[in-house]
Design a protein around this ligand. Structure first.
Ligand SMILES: NC(=O)c1ccc[n+]([C@@H]2O[C@H](COP(=O)([O-])OP(=O)(O)OC[C@H]3O[C@@H](n4cnc5c(N)ncnc54)[C@H](O)[C@@H]3O)[C@@H](O)[C@H]2O)c1
Length: 350
């Protein structure tokens, strides 16, 4: 009998807490995993109490996932290195802007035989104009392989156990099947896909399109316009993968990580919601993030910035008009009313 795998969840926001519920319940029924799961919590005070204490006593993350119980075998810890000690599987689920700090603290402390799986959407910026996948940042800093799990997964709906799907992107089939066991539930169905990079790229890029969908909503356009935004956004996603990552399989875009995640975020996600409010309120994105999200983080605007950093350095901004327009609008460099005009001259229509 091989040793049971210890799991550590690095992060405890909206999605981190929902996935803690899914995995925490699963491991109670599976022989492959230790029942106790450590979850790293970025400590903060909520209603005069520490969030770790609330989670460990009331078994609910009242700030980021109120109304849903986290299983009692999930133990919240504020000490990152302590929570990560001796783990075999790391589930990375934090807003991507915090990853460098987290990885540098974990560097040199993780077991060489361990593996990671990133649920994080976004990119890391590299010196000289390029960007890197979040999973590569984990692999390079911690020197462990890192898979990804992406999909049409609004955290609150997953926590409510409404049927949905997700995609695991991983090149190692055996490890993929182990991760599938860990994540899959009767209401959360998983497909394992070897086209790992495309799975992750889809998850990151769709947040830019969702921000555009929010602008279209805020400007008062209807569903035909939103469908055009989604379609053109998907075309830019495909083109981006082909130009910069090579070797994408077209069918990956038809998985949950692709078209399904794109559709759900363009209708229901927080990026769409804040972008729509941006048009109406004329406040900055940063102000709205503060006012509307209660500590949750937006991924669309920073991802648009990261992608633009790369497109600009390669003189390719005009080849990706939606990605470019979303970035410039978020930065206050282009009036939001111009968003639809940017799409009218899309290379797709020429
Ligand atoms: N929420 C969803 O529905 C959903 C679904 C799929 C994927 N994702 C992705 O999952 C990732 C995590 O998102 P989330 O929704 O769990 O988080 P969130 O936006 O709900 O929460 C923010 C988290 O960041 C933490 N934090 C704040 N300051 C920090 C710091 N300085 N260092 C480290 N952590 C800090 C907070 O404690 C909190 O846990 C993101 O990449 C997101 O795109 C989210």
């Amino acid at each position: 009998m091989t040793e049971k795998k210890r799991i550590c969840i690095v992060g405890s926001g909206n999605w981190g807490s929902a996935i803690a519920k899914v995995v925490g319940n699963n491991v109670q029924k599976l022989d492959e995993f230790e029942t106790e799961i450590k979850m790293w919590v970025f400590e903060e005070e909520v209603n005069g109490r520490k969030l770790t204490e609330i989670i460990n006593t009331d078994h609910e993350n009242v700030k980021y996932l109120p109304g849903h119980k986290i299983p009692e075998n999930v133990i919240a810890l504020a000490d990152l290195v302590e929570s990560a000690k001796d783990a075999d599987i790391y589930i990375f689920v934090i807003p991507h802007q915090f990853l460098p700090g987290v990885c540098s603290k974990l560097k040199g402390t993780v077991k060489k035989s361990s593996i990671g799986v990133s649920l994080i959407k976004g990119f890391a910026m590299k010196d000289g104009g390029g960007i890197a996948l979040i999973s590569s940042e984990v692999e390079n800093t911690l020197e462990i392989p890192c898979a990804v799990l992406m999909g049409a997964n609004i955290a609150n709906e997953v926590a409510s156990e409404n049927y949905c799907e997700a995609t695991i992107g991983i090149r190692n089939r055996d490890q993929g099947l182990l991760l599938k066991k860990m994540f899959q539930a009767d209401y959360f169905r998983i497909v394992v896909c070897e086209d790992e990079d495309t799975v992750e790229l889809c998850g990151a890029l769709k947040n830019i399109v969702a921000t555009g969908a929010g602008f279209a909503d805020g400007l008062g356009y209807g569903d035909n316009t939103k469908a055009a935004v989604i379609r053109l956004g998907l075309m830019e996603m495909v083109k981006f993968c082909e130009k910069f990552w090579h070797g994408s399989t077209q069918s990956t875009f038809l998985e949950s990580c692709g078209v399904a995640d794109l559709v759900t975020t363009c209708y229901a996600g927080r990026n769409r919601r804040v972008a729509a409010a941006f048009v109406k309120s004329r406040k900055t994105i940063e102000q709205l993030e503060q006012e509307m999200l209660n500590g949750q983080k937006l991924q669309g605007p920073p991802t648009a910035e990261e992608v633009n950093f790369m497109l600009k350095s390669k003189d390719m901004e005009d080849k990706f008009p939606m990605f470019t327009a979303v970035h410039k609008i978020c930065q206050g460099k282009l009036p939001v009313e111009e968003f639809i005009n940017c799409l009218k001259n899309h290379p797709e229509h020429m």
